[in-house]
Design a protein around this ligand. Sequence first.
Ligand SMILES: Cc1cc2nc3c(=O)[nH]c(=O)nc-3n(C[C@H](O)[C@H](O)[C@H](O)COP(=O)(O)O)c2cc1C
Length: 355
Amino acid sequence: MKYSSLMTGKRLKSIDFFYRIIKPILFKLDPEKSHDWGFYFLSRLELLVGKFFAVPSPPLVKPTYVRKLFFNNRIGLAAGLDKNGEYIDALSRFGFGSIEVGTVTPVAQPGNEKPRLFRIENERALINRLGFNNAGMHQVFKNIKKSRWVREKKGVLGVNLGINKTTSLKNAYTDYQKGLLFFWDVADYFVINISSPNTKQVRELQTDKYLEDLVKKISSFQKQQNKQMGTQKPVLYKISPDNNEKNLVEISHVFNKFSVDGVIVTNTTNNHDELNSDLKMAGGLSGAPLEQRALFCLKKIRPLLNRDIAIIASGGIMSKESVEQRIKAGASLVQIYTGLIYEGPKIVSDLLENL
Ligand SMILES: Cc1cc2nc3c(=O)[nH]c(=O)nc-3n(C[C@H](O)[C@H](O)[C@H](O)COP(=O)(O)O)c2cc1C
């Protein structure tokens, strides 16, 4: 059955219609401005007329359990689009089974200098070097608390955690632990972001020098919290697509050793070889040119990981075929970001069709 009809086509069509009108205007603006204004406007509109488009409960299309969490469907929103948890209710209207906010750092920080977000329209790609710009955990927590979708438990909320720019890699654990503690009650799952290409050296946390110690400490804290709070919160790790096969073996070894709950495969890539345009800006590449690299990583790491370690696939997922390939390669769920920017909200229902 068509997802759009399950979801009451009217609401979805209205959002899609609206996006098709504003997209040409937004795409004429600076990418970061259009992101901020677009989602701000959408969230206001949702407050005003959201009820008109509302469906009584979230649509159930291929619902699934992952690490004991119930997902209405397998399409989630990837981190980075709603870094501060400001647009959760508006984004939930698109039909996501899960929404991941962040990356959040303990203290607010402005991120890198602008311009730092670029569109490569003809290749359906983005390059960003935002650098963990976010409002800090106190503000993000307040924003999450305001969300009706979260309060009414209409879907799964992930909180993606990072470290502040001023935090040394040696002390990375302290920042992650602050985030775990702070969001423990509101998050359904956590992501430890060790793969941002834009914050100095964060990706080194994936190497032998840091990974084992970090995962050991986080796992031990998680166990302690699970026990103390009486609530089980899965903790996943987000890895880079720029890991070679040897790195993936080493990373998997650590994840297996500490029986982590899951892995997000992958973040954006620093390798721009797949890009046809001769653009020289630095930053993480996402969208269509990342698709094959992220799929390759997934295929390599799945057999290396214990079976009960869940995988969420991310990276260049913009078509039904891509979703099918990732699920076939062993992902339990998928996440999108760049596809939403290029295709609009209807992409969620399109991806779910005949899944
Ligand atoms: C502008 C932008 C900002 C992002 N910020 C974050 C972030 O803060 N934390 C994170 O874990 N991933 C971040 N990502 C990566 C996405 O979550 C996603 O993993 C990646 O873009 C690949 O998926 P896609 O090709 O569907 O966009 C960001 C991506 C983009 C395009």
